[in-house]
Ligand binder design. Structure first.
Ligand code: GTP
Ligand code: MG
Length: 182
């Protein structure tokens, strides 16, 4: 049965990508929106955003704004304005750099202090353990599970922006959650 025009819906969601400097936030956003990867590290100043639209199902078009937030400490004072109106958040760490895993708590607290959904609940989070392809993980699955439990994060993925592993899955998790709440 064809979808009638009046049944169609166009949804626009703003998602954030946060986490320490150098963990691969820009690489994830570029991979997801442009299908590209570069090995060069160019730090993000302030924030950038990229968009991607897709048909989620036969009657739902989703336009995503992915906000790629600078991880460097010296930009942290400006994040509040970028967080506004976000309805989903990918928190990223580098699975080969333990300090970036330790920082996840700080990023989640920062998010929850600065933004919430219209109904006052917390912005849904997915945790991405990036650079999985390097194969030198210094964070165990148990440690990640434990942290997710403590922080109330329902899902995490091992990802690679370089080889496009689990990037779509991670973002789709947030899209599904955002749609569920519309
Ligand atoms: P800031 O903008 O400073 O907050 O950093 P960022 O989180 O945006 O990091 P960025 O995406 O610029 O990546 C940092 C470096 O890690 C770059 O050299 C990337 O090429 C590299 N990188 C990112 N993702 C991956 C990955 O999945 N695998 C590998 N091997 N390298 C990656
Ligand atoms: Mg960046």
């Amino acid at each position: 049965r064809p979808v009638r025009p009046q049944e169609r819906r166009d949804l626009v969601f703003k998602f954030l990508v946060i986490g320490d400097y150098g963990v691969g936030k820009t690489a994830i956003v570029r991979r997801y929106t442009e299908g590209k990867f570069s090995s060069n590290y160019k730090i993000t100043v302030g924030a950038d955003f990229c968009v991607r639209s897709m048909m989620w199902d036969a009657k739902t078009r989703v336009s995503l704004q992915l906000w790629d937030i600078a991880g460097h400490e010296r930009f942290s004072y400006m994040t509040r304005v970028y967080y506004k109106y976000a309805v989903g958040c990918a928190v990223v760490f580098d699975i080969t750099r333990h300090a970036s895993f330790k920082s996840v708590i700080r990023w989640v607290n920062d998010l929850n202090n600065k933004v919430m959904l219209d109904d006052g609940s917390q912005v849904p989070i997915v945790l991405l353990a990036n650079k999985w392809d390097i194969g030198e993980s210094c964070v165990s699955d148990e440690a990640i599970n434990k942290l997710c439990k403590e922080l109330g994060i329902p899902t995490w993925f091992k990802t690679s922006a370089k080889y496009n592993l689990n990037i779509d899955e991670g973002i789709s998790k947030l899209v599904g959650e955002a749609i569920r709440r519309t």
